[in-house]
Write a protein that binds this ligand. Sequence first.
Ligand code: DWN
Length: 392
Amino acid sequence: MKKFLDLGFQPLANSYLDIKNLNKREKKFNLSVGYNSKNNLVSILNTVPKEQMFNEDYPYKSSESKTMKKQFKNLAAYIKKKFDPKTVLEIGSNDGAFIKNFSKKNVIGVEPCKNLANITIRKGYKIYPNYWDTKLAKKISKINKVDIIYSANTLSHIKNYSEIFNAINITLNENGILILEDPSLLECIKKTAYDQFYCEHIYVFSTIALHQILKKFNLEIFYIQNLDTHGGSNRYFIKKKSNSKFKISKNVDKNLKKEIKFGLNKFSTYKKFSKKVESSRIKLKKIFDNLLKNNKKIIGYGATAKSCTVLNYCKIDKKYFKFFYDTTSYKIGKYLPGTKILIKKYKRLKSSEVDYVYLGAWNFKKEIFKKEYNFIKNGGKFITHVPSPKII
Ligand code: DWN
C-alpha cells in the first residue's frame, strides 16, 4: 500500500459533541489514503475499530433526503419487476429507507447500529441488530436462503471484505443476485471530492478493484448502473460464477475501460489528485478568510461526515461559521467534531438573515437548491468545494 494523500489528524466524523463534552479531548487519528497496485484498491491507512463508529448512537439516517427515498423506492420497484424475489436481505438497513418498500414477510434487514435497527423493529420488520458476518449468515440461511442481497454505502465501511463476501456466498441462493452500491472512485477523483475519505469510508471502490476482488469469491459483476447519488456512485449487479441465468453485459467492460483510460490503475493518477486536493484547500480557505474579513454571515447546510474531513483539513472552524443547519434530530443541538460548530434545527434560508451558505451536503445540491429557490432568487449565495472551491 503506497500513501498518496495526508488529510491530517481528524476526529471521528460522526462523533458529534454534546455541550458537556465540548472541552474534552477528542479521539483523533491520522487520515491518510493509499493505493495498492496489486489489487487496485484505494483505502485509508489507519482505521478505527468498528464499535467506536457503528453503535447505538449512530446519527446518520438515510431517510433525511427526498433524493435517497425516491432512489430506494425506484430500485425496489425495479427489483420486484425484474427479479420477482421471494426474499430480499439488506446489509446495513439503516432506518429502513429501502426495506420499507417491501412487504414485511419478504424482507430482512441487518443493522448493527441499534438506535437505527430499533426504528424498523418497532415498525414490525425482521432486523438483525448485528454486524454482517459468516456467523449471522449461517443463522439466516438455516431459516432460508435469499434471492436478492442489497447493500448501499456499507461495503466501503467494512475493513474485512473477505468476511463479507464469504457470508454473502453462504446466504445467497445459487441463482440469487447481489446488488452493491457505493461511491465511485472515478467520480471522487474527477471531482476532487477528497471528503469521501473519513474514518467510516475505509475503501472507495473502483470497478477495476471490485472486479478483481470478487473473482476470489467466485462472484462476478454482470451489469453496472452509474448513479448521481452521493456525488456519483456505482450500482453493481453481481452473480455467482456458476449462475448462467444472467449474461455479462458489455457495459461492465465499458466501465473497466473508462477507469483504465482515466488511469485508476496508476499511482501517478493519485499523486496528481493529491496535488489538486492541496490547491483546493488553499482556495477554499481563501474564500472563507475573505468573507470573514468582510464581516459576512456564514452558515453551513448539512452537517455531513464529509464536512468533518473538509473543515478539519482546511482548518475552517467556528470562528468562520455562525452555525450549521441540519434536519437530523440526532445531530441538532450538538457540535461538529473537531471544529466545534453548533448544529441547529433546519429553517428555510432567508437572505435577510444569512449571506453565505457552505454546502456540507453538496451531493444533494439539486434537492437543496430547489428547496431554497427564494433564498437564491433574493441574492443568497452558496459556497462549495466540489469540483473546485467557488461561490455560487
Ligand atoms: O456513507 C455514508 C453516507 C451514505 O452517509 C456514511 N458513512 C455517513 C453519511 O455520510 P454524510 O453525512 O456525508 O452523508 P449525506 O447523505 O451527504 O448527509 C446529508 C446530511 O445533510 C444529513 O445530515 C441530512 C442533511 N440534510 C439536510 O439537513 N437538509 C440533507 C438534505 C438533503 C437537506 O435538505
